[in-house]
Structure formats: structure tokens, C-alpha cells
Design a protein around this ligand. Structure first.
Ligand code: LLP
Length: 420
């Protein structure tokens, strides 16, 4: 833990870890563990970092709801002026209930149902990011039936390697996402002829947790080239959506400097007449949240040491699913231990491992903070092993607001009944 990285919003004061002005010991006492804790200031700062870096371009920033769709977080971002990138009718409902502006929503995803299309058309979303010819035809039909025209972008697959985990790389040829680059031009011509569509933009998203600028630039140049060719052929576009994917620091990564990203885009977009759209998720919420957990037991089995904690893979699946590395630190400062241990949860799966080989000196009852868990933590949570999902707490200055209460066991079988 020599060069420990403490994300924005976290401090250690007199040996105790705080989120803004609230000690995590107090959060545990008030809300019990496990629980997710977010810093409102960190979310605001991360959003403003985008606004400031891209100020010259006046982009539409559409926060990717899938990273964390808690209503209070959506409201906070909407109050800052954010738009939203959604992938389902459920996410659209969340945005609207939270007070988000439908006119700043882009609808992504490969499998939109006719009902979801109708819901989004009636709400008046900014754009549909369409991913196949079949989807284009369905959308035109649904819009025509409603007497509306659907604003569309094609999500083009630029076939660039984002150099990220294969499960979260989406811009390669073999990925299920997007329209093949070579087919996109013809598909745009087809879209322009369909009665229910209004062709407004072009979109790409090449993957997630990207820490190198080069793949973004390669994707931008390819989509921009296509947009220019379309304009020459009488299909002028109004916006270019570069998706999300900007990575964060979990351990020792060097994230992209947003000002560099903005400069690279501005140089290339200049004179194109295209407005920039961005769909950041992780970069806004990832480092702004942590999972607070308590050690239940220490266990040694044939020399292997385990700390069994009360959080598990159902609460945070990233380590099990992607072998993702999350920093884990004690809430009350302790010296580093020499012998490593694995931090595991109570779920009955060998893969229920939150971290391996950590030099934590812990005792039963100790509180641990699993850092950088704000993105794809709570939103990917499940009830596996009949575990109620943890509460979510948003700290703002001196106040810890409960923004999702702990599920009860009854919540888990609310929609079931034992068949007579
Ligand atoms: N736009 C589209 C079309 C996307 O598919 C995604 C993420 C985003 C934006 C936001 O990407 P971000 O800025 O957050 O990287 N569960 C995985 C990440 C999956 C990302 C899926 N798509 C994880 O925990 O790492």
C-alpha cells in the first residue's frame, strides 16, 4: 500500500477513512454492512471535468445509466445538465422518474423491442443508436404507426482494438455490436429512404476501461470519414457520438487526460458542422463509490488465509466476472500485513472472491472499504443465494443520505408464491 491511491471524496483523518465529512464507521453504524457509499462531490467533480475539458466543443454529455442508475444519482447528474445514454425502456423510466430530460437521451443497444421503441418515441428521445438493418426497419414501422419520425444514428463498428478486457471490448469485427464499417454507407442510404426515420447522426462505442487515446482517435477518424462521405452524397448529419469507455484508475493505471481527449477531437471535428456527443459512465461514477463491508471470520486452510466478509459476488461481481482489481483498505488504519490473504464472500461459489493475495492485517469485526466500486457495482448486483441487495448511501458534505434502502428478504419473493 505504499503509493496508495485514494479516489476523490475520500480522506483519512486520524486514522479513520471518511467519505467527504462523514466517517465510514458512522455509516456502518447507521446503515449496517454491506452497503454502497458514494460521494456527491466526487460525482459533481467528475462530471464538471468533462464539461470543462470539452467546453470549446459544447458537447451533449449523456451519462451511461447502466454504470449506476440509482434515481438520486441520475437526479444529481440531471441537475448538472447531463443527458443520458440508455439501453432499455427500464433505464428510460428511471431517467424520467429522476427528472431527466428525454430530449437529452440517446437510446443504445442491439435488441430494442417494439414496445421500448414506442416508449422512447413518445417520450421524445434525442436519438436512437441503431445497430442493424432489421432494427432500422422495425423502428421506421413503429414510428410511422405513431405518426412520428425517429431520429437515428447508426452505431458503426470501426473495427479498432481498444486494448481492454475481451468481455468489455466492443469495437472489434467479431463483436455483436454495431454495423460493420463496410456496410454502413449503404445502410445510411437505406435509412434515408425509410418513411419513419430522420437520419441525424453517427455513433460508435469501442469498449470500456480504455486508458489509451489512440483507439479513440482511430475510431473518430473512421466515423468522421464516413460522415464526410455521407454529406457529399446528400446525407448530412448533425452529430457524432463517440460513446463512452474512458477508463479510470483502479490500481496503477494512468487514465486519459480529458483535456488531451478533447483537443484530439476538436482538431479533427473542426469545420465538420457535427455536434459532439459522449456517453461516459465509469469515468463519472466509478471512483465516486465504494462498497463498505465487515469481516465476519478469518480462516486458514492449508496455509491459505481468507478474510470472509459480509459482501459477496452478488453485490460486486466485477472481480469474479472480469478478474477486476479493486483496492481494499481498512476503515481504521492498520499497518500492512506480511502474509497475504484472499478476501471472499459468503456465496457458495469458488469464484466468490473479491480480492486475492492482499496484505491486509484484519480481525473479525473490522470494516473494509472496497474502492472504485461506483460503476457496474450496484447496477450489476443480484440476489444470488437469496441475498437482499445492500443499501446505497450518498454522502454530501456532512450528510449521509439513504438513496436505496436495504432489500428485505420478503422483497426477494414478493412476486412468487408456493404453488398449492
Ligand atoms: N455507451 C455504450 C453504448 C456502452 O455500451 C457503454 C458501456 C457505455 C456507453 C459506457 O461505457 P463506460 O464509459 O462506462 O466505459 N460491466 C463492465 C463494463 C461494461 C460496459 C458496457 N457498455 C465492467 O464492469 O467493467
Amino acid at each position: 500500500m505504499s503509493d496508495l491511491f485514494l479516489p476523490d471524496g475520500l480522506t483519512r483523518t486520524d486514522g479513520t477513512l471518511y467519505v467527504e465529512s462523514v466517517p465510514l464507521t458512522q455509516v456502518a453504524q447507521q446503515f449496517d454492512t454491506p452497503c454502497y457509499v458514494y460521494s456527491a462531490a466526487a460525482i459533481r467533480n467528475a462530471y464538471r471535468e468533462f464539461v470543462e475539458a470539452f467546453a470549446g466543443l459544447d458537447p451533449l454529455i449523456c451519462y451511461a445509466v447502466k454504470a449506476n442508475g440509482n434515481l438520486s444519482i441520475l437526479r444529481l447528474l440531471s441537475q448538472l445538465g447531463s443527458g443520458f445514454d440508455i439501453v432499455s425502456g427500464g433505464e428510460l423510466s428511471r431517467v424520467l422518474v429522476a427528472g431527466g430530460d428525454a430530449g437529452k437521451v440517446v437510446f443504445s443497444g442491439v435488441g430494442k423491442s417494439a414496445a421500448e421503441m414506442a416508449q422512447a418515441l413518445q417520450a421524445g428521445v434525442h436519438c436512437f443508436n441503431v445497430e442493424s438493418a432489421a432494427e432500422l426497419h422495425r423502428l421506421s414501422q413503429v414510428a410511422s404507426r405513431l405518426g412520428l419520425r425517429a431520429p437515428v444514428s447508426l452505431r458503426v463498428n470501426p473495427d479498432v482494438d481498444a486494448g481492454t478486457h475481451p468481455y468489455i471490448a466492443t469495437g472489434l469485427k467479431e463483436s455483436k455490436f454495431g454495423v460493420a464499417y463496410a456496410d454502413a454507407f449503404a445502410l445510411y442510404e437505406e435509412a434515408a429512404r425509410l418513411p419513419g426515420l430522420d437520419v441525424t447522426g453517427i455513433d460508435c462505442h469501442i469498449g470500456s476501461q480504455i486508458t489509451d487515446l489512440a483507439p479513440f482517435i482511430a475510431a473518430l477518424e473512421k466515423t468522421l470519414d464516413l460522415a464526410r462521405r455521407l454529406r457529399t452524397s446528400g446525407i448530412p448529419l448533425r452529430h457524432l457520438d463517440l460513446g463512452g469507455g474512458v477508463g479510470i484508475r483502479y490500481r496503477d493505471e494512468t487514465p486519459i487526460v480529458l483535456a488531451d481527449y478533447a483537443r484530439a477531437i476538436a482538431e479533427r471535428l473542426q469545420g465538420s458542422g457535427l455536434r459532439l456527443l459522449l456517453e461516459p459512465g465509469r469515468r463519472i461514477i466509478g471512483n465516486a463509490g465504494l462498497l463498505l463491508t465487515r469481516v465476519e471470520y478469518l480462516k486458514t486452510s492449508s496455509d491459505h488465509r481468507f478474510a470472509i466478509v459480509d459482501a459477496a459476488m452478488n453485490d460486486l461481481i466485477r472481480p469474479s466476472l472480469y478478474e477486476a482489481w479493486h483496492e481494499i483498505i481498512p476503515v481504521i488504519e492498520r499497518p500492512e500485513a506480511s502474509a497475504p490473504l484472499d478476501v471472499v464472500g459468503p456465496v457458495c461459489e469458488t469464484g466468490d472472491i473479491l480480492a486475492r493475495g492482499r496484505h491486509l492485517s484484519v480481525s473479525a469485526g473490522d470494516l473494509l472499504a472496497i474502492l472504485s466500486a461506483g460503476a457496474y457495482g450496484a447496477s450489476m448486483g443480484s440476489n444470488y443465494n437469496a441475498r437482499p441487495r445492500p443499501p446505497e448511501i450518498l454522502v454530501d458534505g456532512h450528510t449521509a443520505h439513504l438513496i436505496r434502502r436495504r432489500e428485505s428478504v420478503e422483497d426477494l419473493y414478493r412476486n412468487e408464491w408456493p404453488l398449492a
